[in-house]
Design a protein around this ligand. Structure first.
Ligand code: ZN
Ligand code: ZN
Length: 221
């Protein structure tokens, strides 16, 4: 995967103001990111091999990331974040969020879905995103109507999201994202599985989801 993708994807996450051209991301710190992968993996009681299996990569790859000898491929990031229960922004910055900055940059994140391979890319700032040889246009989120909203239930310290939305191959929800302040969590969904998502209830934010037929929706949580 060309490096350009990486910078397009992570540009703008938590950098200083005035550097929002999407290039800052070239400065992704593999060492820091590796450190946080190792930490979260251990917290979850996973071995490198177990994490590797879940991501369908080799345990050597995981070991390499954790030693800062390479960064995980962009296409793995959302699954990696989901497996580690981390948010994408934190993973990319190589640090867990310490405080939320005013402005909530993650609420302004843009979402791209490749019409060819279905890969999801999230970017903040004025990034150019392309996949499978074509330039992608950011999705525009529409406010979910009463009957479209995901149903949200608070279960202890988590939001439990469900939906009666179809989950067929042709028409399903492909991802759910929760953006709050500097945090973004993106959870992929797959057809033939009922939509069931749990996210830590860490304050209010914007819930987004992508229907393969009708596009991106949001509701406030
Ligand atoms: Zn693609
Ligand atoms: Zn739909």
């Amino acid at each position: 995967m060309p490096n350009g993708r990486l910078s397009a994807t992570i540009g703008g996450t938590g950098q200083a103001p005035g550097k929002t051209d999407g290039r800052e991301a070239a400065a992704i710190d593999c060492e820091k990111t590796g450190g946080i992968i190792a930490r979260l993996r251990k917290e979850r009681g996973l071995t490198q091999r177990q994490l590797a299996e879940r991501l369908q990569v080799t345990d050597k790859a995981v070991s390499k990331w954790e030693r800062g000898l390479g960064c995980p491929d962009v296409s793995l990031l959302d699954r990696l974040a989901a497996e580690l229960g981390a948010d994408l922004g934190a993973l990319l910055r190589g640090g867990l969020p310490s405080q939320e900055k005013p402005g909530g940059t993650m609420k302004q994140a843009k979402y791209y879905v490749c019409p060819v391979c279905g890969e999801v890319t999230v970017a903040t700032g004025g990034a150019e995103v392309s996949c499978c040889g074509r330039k992608l246009t950011a999705l525009t989120a529409q406010k979910a109507g009463e009957e479209e909203r995901l149903s949200v239930e608070r279960v202890e310290d988590e939001w439990f999201l469900t939906s009666a939305h179809p989950m067929t191959k042709e028409h399903h929800i492909a991802f759910v994202a929760f953006a709050a302040g500097e945090r973004l969590q993106l959870i992929r969904q797959y057809p033939e599985w009922d939509l069931q998502v749990r996210i830590p209830a860490r304050g209010h934010g914007m819930l987004l989801w992508y229907c393969t037929r009708h596009g991106l929706f949001y509701q406030l949580l």
